[in-house]
Design a protein around this ligand. Structure first.
Ligand code: URP
Ligand code: ZN
Ligand code: ZN
Ligand code: ZN
Length: 483
């Protein structure tokens, strides 16, 4: 049985052209003119693009005394509804727990995923066992390791542990990721604010100024350089962090930055709202910033110094957020966004001229597929690629509302925003998940995507490290000792 997407304009990261797309057995099998098949989908007036990839989600994650509310089923349904056809979630061993045990736990959770998914592994503690298990994690298709420089006393690792892990990543051809905030400073600032009676959600933002993020980003970059690994900085939210990434890239380093759709569009005034619930629902780390930081992030996306737009989807209900009444440090950190990332980015990016449609595809799909070493299986409209495809109607509009969303939580941080640009159809490995705007996602359809290590950048870096490695100088005229 074949499917054909007809009469659309294909938009990839590097080309825009009119063609039909033939799909068979979950793959794109032909691209050309006047193709016909068993089922035909009309893309007149639409763009045909690679499905979105969200490389940063936390589905059903144990965190801050509770679990994030969207699981793999509701989370991936939300993703598909908004045109995202793949998510990469974080396996999170509790400190002391085996990494392989954590994979087993995440395997168990992901059975009802509606779209394809992959995992990153978090390094939440350090020891011989972690060192020894890392190669097996890589073998199981997870060559990316995340390090939390924040959440002191819980997930945070120190410089010693991070440098050890980065060196291990270098040996294994793996890519380290960092949540870059100085956890020691955050902990002190939080205690000071609380002692002064500043215990509302705005205290969360005050305790994590941009300097906290800029310092940690720069430190992680320098440590990665010394270890000879590339580095991926998750949720880059401010100019200080972007500046560190820009500077490193200008020096020739392979450092990637990932702004979130929330930071691009929502700002710090959310924390000054008189309604406690409103502000607490927007508590996440790093916090939302001011307009100057937002401008910096947008500029980075169009200039290429930042490569990926993600969500860090980690949704908590209002009831869960209320654990932190009277103490902002107890508000579970995280916001949703999986369903809204693409429409919101199109509306505020492409419709305003900040991004071209090709740049939109690059930052929502193709760039991360390349960085995570799964291109062109994912992130491409090419013969042989997985048929993860969105038929995007640039004229379609809606007003974002929690009432109509797929996520199970009771609010939406983008509530009331009118978006223009939405999927008409979404295909996940050839199966229709959004049909003329109607969500038909099927739990259990999603498959794990195993990824290979030793990407070209890792090879280049290890070659260069070897070329410039310290070498003993063999001398001829050595003076005799003790004379
Ligand atoms: O506030 C956030 N970002 N929550 C999710 C966990 C993390 O730090 O990525
Ligand atoms: Zn026909
Ligand atoms: Zn984080
Ligand atoms: Zn996260």
């Amino acid at each position: 049985m074949t499917k054909v997407i007809r009469n659309g304009t294909i938009v990839t990261a590097d080309r825009t052209y009119k063609a039909d797309v033939l799909v068979k057995d979950g793959k794109i099998v032909a691209i050309g003119n006047d193709i016909h098949g068993d089922h035909e989908y009309d893309a007149t007036g639409c763009y045909v693009m690679p499905g979105g990839i969200d490389p940063h989600t936390h589905l059903e994650m144990p965190f801050m005394g509770t679990y994030s509310a969207d699981d793999f089923e509701s989370g991936t349904r939300a993703a598909l509804s908004g045109g995202t056809t793949m998510v990469v979630d974080f396996c999170l061993p509790s400190p002391g727990q085996s990494l392989l045990e954590a994979i087993q736990m995440w395997d168990n959770k992901s059975g009802r995923a509606c779209c394809d998914y992959s995992f990153h592994m978090a390094i939440t503690w350090w020891g011989e066992q972690v060192f020894n298990e890392m190669p097996e994690v890589v073998k199981r298709g997870i060559p990316t390791f995340k390090h939390f420089m924040a959440y002191k006393g819980a997930l945070m690792v120190d410089d010693d542990e991070m440098f050890s892990s980065f060196q291990r990543c270098a040996e294994l051809g793996a890519l380290p990721l960092v949540h870059a905030e100085n956890g020691d400073v955050v902990a002190q600032l939080s205690q000071k604010l609380l002692a002064e009676g500043n215990n509302g959600p705005e205290g969360h933002a005050y305790s994590r100024p941009p300097e906290v993020e800029g310092e940690a980003t720069n430190r992680a970059i320098m440590i990665a350089d010394m270890a000879g690994v590339p580095l991926y900085v998750v949720h880059t939210s401010c100019e200080q962090s972007h500046e560190a990434i820009r500077r490193a890239r200008q020096k020739g380093m392979r450092v990637f930055g990932e702004p979130l759709i929330q930071h691009l569009v929502l700002d710090e005034t959310e924390y000054f709202n008189k309604d406690w619930d409103h502000s607490a629902r927007r508590v996440m780390s790093p916090p939302f910033r001011n307009k100057q930081h937002q401008d910096s992030l947008w500029a980075g996306l169009s200039a290429g110094s930042l490569q990926v737009v993600a969500t860090d989807h980690c949704a908590f209900t209002s009831e869960q957020k209320r654990f932190g009444v009277g103490d902002f440090t107890k508000i579970p950190n995280g916001t949703g966004g999986l369903e809204d990332r693409l429409p919101v980015l199109w509306t505020f990016g492409v419709n305003t001229g900040r991004l071209t449609p090709n740049e939109f595809v690059a930052v929502t799909s193709t760039n991360i597929a390349k960085i995570l070493n799964m291109y062109p299986k994912k992130g491409a409209i090419l013969e042989g690629a997985d048929a993860d495809i969105i038929v995007w109607d640039p004229e379609k509009t809606k007003t974002i509302s929690a009432k109509a969303q797929q996520s199970v939580i009771d609010y939406n941080v983008f509530e009331g925003i009118e978006v223009k640009g939405l999927p008409r159809y979404v295909f996940t490995r050839g199966e229709v998940a959004v049909n003329d705007g109607k969500v038909e996602a099927r739990p259990g359809h999603g498959e794990f995507v195993a990824r290979e290590p030793h990407m070209a950048v890792n090879k280049a870096l290890s070659t260069w490290k070897e070329v410039v490695a310290p070498r003993k100088i063999e001398r001829t005229g050595i003076p005799a000792t003790g004379v």
